[in-house]
Design a binder for this molecule. Structure first.
Ligand code: SF4
Length: 84
């Protein structure tokens, strides 16, 4: 991983592609396991056997808009988009 592109964030040394700068976090005490976030962002969130969301890795740039929409749609405000 390189960090030599000022203002552009990190890029992969192997591919030159931008490294994801954000990740989703679940605030477990507030989550009610209804699964709306997994419906809105199935590429990044799956549900465990009890219906709680499991986040699959960081959020790539091209999923940031959908990730923000999922955060906004969470009825419990239990889903957060954070910088890595
Ligand atoms: S939308 Fe919010 S409350 Fe529902 S499963 Fe996802 S994080 Fe939990």
């Amino acid at each position: 991983m390189r960090d030599d592109v000022p203002g552009e964030g990190r890029v992969s040394a192997a591919t030159g592609a931008p490294e994801p700068t954000h990740a989703l976090r679940v605030d477990w005490p507030d989550c009610r396991a209804r699964g709306l976030c997994a419906e809105l962002l199935p590429e990044r969130i799956v549900l465990d056997e009890w219906g709680y969301p499991l986040v699959l890795g960081p959020v790539p740039e091209d999923e940031l808009t959908l990730a923000r929409e999922a955060v906004t749609a969470c009825p419990r405000r239990a889903l957060h988009l954070v910088r890595r």
